[in-house]
Design a protein around this ligand. Structure first.
Ligand code: HEM
Length: 128
């Protein structure tokens, strides 16, 4: 079997576009996430499609347009708590289910996202 970059293994632009749309549909409705996102998520989704394309080994669409991702720095204006990271990942799992992303390619992609999401955390959860 030929070894494909994950971008191609998941089905390229078509799958990624469906995944990101399914993801932001959930983000926009999630009580922990919607308050920190813009009401109109189309530009956010466009950037995320560019970013995930290069993250998965496809063309460097994000960097061509926006330069170095510096993802943690770009998230600093927002309070990214452990609760929000878990919510982000739960929206992503549900979106992966919706588009039928399964098997080892899903597992490897998802496991990387867990690490990236943890890296974005910049604020502790409120103490009760
Ligand atoms: C942008 C939240 C994790 C990739 C954003 C924005 C918010 C946000 C509020 C700004 C949206 C906008 O103004 O359009 C979060 C939260 C996360 C998280 C709560 C939980 C851990 C991640 C992860 C990735 C990621 C894991 C990548 C795998 C991006 C990208 C942008 C973005 C590419 C656009 C940056 C730009 O403006 O150029 N995120 N994010 N985020 N996020 Fe996240």
């Amino acid at each position: 079997e030929k070894l494909l970059p994950p971008y191609e293994a998941i089905g390229g632009e078509e799958t990624l576009s469906k995944l990101v749309d399914a993801f932001y549909n959930r983000v926009g409705q999630h009580p922990d996430l919607s308050p920190i996102f813009p009401d109109n998520l189309s530009e956010t989704a466009r950037k995320q499609k560019q970013f995930l394309t290069q993250y998965l080994g496809g063309p460097a669409l994000y960097s061509y347009e926006h330069g170095h991702p510096m993802l943690r720095a770009r998230h600093m204006p927002f309070e990214i708590t452990p609760t929000r990271a878990n919510a982000w990942l739960s929206c992503m799992r549900a979106a992966m289910d919706e588009v039928g992303l399964e098997g080892s390619v899903r597992a490897e992609f998802y496991n990387r996202l867990v690490l990236t999401a943890q890296h974005m955390i910049n604020t502790p959860d409120e103490q009760k």
